[in-house]
Ligand binder design. Structure first.
Ligand code: SF4
Length: 66
């Protein structure tokens, strides 16, 4: 299983990840991103890769194997 990890402590709420993968991330009331799912299986892999690559603070990681 491939798992998404998000470090909310380093998130600066750019919303870049939400633009790429709105079914995986959302902004919360405290202005930071939060995961909607941890399992990456149901999310478009290209969208997730773009979210990881374009997060300005490197707050998102994909861990594990398919
Ligand atoms: S792209 Fe990174 S910094 Fe921007 S909201 Fe998502 S997790 Fe936070």
């Amino acid at each position: 299983m491939k798992k998404i990890e998000l470090d909310r402590d380093t998130c600066i709420a750019s919303a870049t990840c939400i633009g790429f993968a709105p079914t995986a991330f959302k902004l919360t009331g405290d202005g930071r991103a939060e995961l909607l799912v941890e399992d990456a299986a149901g999310i478009d892999a290209g969208a997730l890769d773009n979210a990881v690559a374009n997060c300005p603070t490197g707050s998102i990681r994909l861990i594990g194997t398919e």
